[in-house]
Design a protein. Sequence first.
Length: 347
Amino acid sequence: MQPILHISRAQFLTNLDAVRARISPSALMLVMKDDAYGHGIDWAVDAAATADVQWYGSYDVRTGIRIREALGDRAGRVFAWATSTVEEVEAAVRADIDLGVGTEEYLRLVIATAERIGVLARVHLKIDTGLHRSGIRPEAWAATAALARAAELTGAPAVVGVWSHLAEASDDEDDEAQTIFVDAVAAVRATGSTPEALHLTASAASWWRPELRGSLSRIGAFCYGIRSADGPELEGIRPISALSASVQEVHDDHVVVGIGAFDGLPSTLSGIQVGTPAGSRELRSVAQTTSEVSTWPGASIGDAVWILGPGEHGEQTATTLAEHIDTVGEEIITRLTSRVRRVISDG
């Protein structure tokens, strides 16, 4: 039997409510990169749309188009921020996807594409506030913003947003980044109307630094119940998924379960605690297609072993597992392969 990632639509909706209550009056941009953090885009978009989520972050254009298709006729803005090819830019503009623009070269590409096909392109200009993950340098900001404003007169682009990424290395550095961001917004405002979408913060800063939030907050992992590595628990937030595999063999001191590194489970997770019908037990080793778990009284073939989840069976969360191998919680879930069956429930 295939391993299963059990996903709760109800918990996802509960998390969305908790996030929006926490960040209000900033609006939620639900980030859906990496196939909604490994949970699947289609059902997640449908659930979010029923909860009246209005903004979706896709990272790349291909994902943005999937989100747009999943939305169908329902309202929703989709934001793709990865620098893209001419073909991708054209597809994005035709699909009414907002584009993040972090260089003058890319801005010129977007303008030229929009003018060629005669379709309005909505752009969010990115200021480099110090992380150096793309972005227009402060010394080039005025000239690039002026270029975008001048192009607006042709009807091809519309400057609808200003955004950036935070390093989140320290509060002082984030405060300095905010100063750069505020100055960039002021420079754009001086050349025309104030863009509607101002977004500087992602999950952690949106949650704990309210003074840094803009009109939008880009939040991904927290919506799926994945807390920050080495971070505290999140009030009102629980994991939306739990990973289980069935016992295939029973031995004197261990059982063999049907999930392994071939399914995307890191082999370095040996030593963690997993959930069984008798509570927590040690995951002894992870092989290619199977794993060994310390046994328990009455263990039987077909019993479920819970590798990760909210803890209802003695298992640990994805982030706790990630901390064991010095990574982040989303990596544990996003690396699960298609051999792990996703099962969505309303509960």
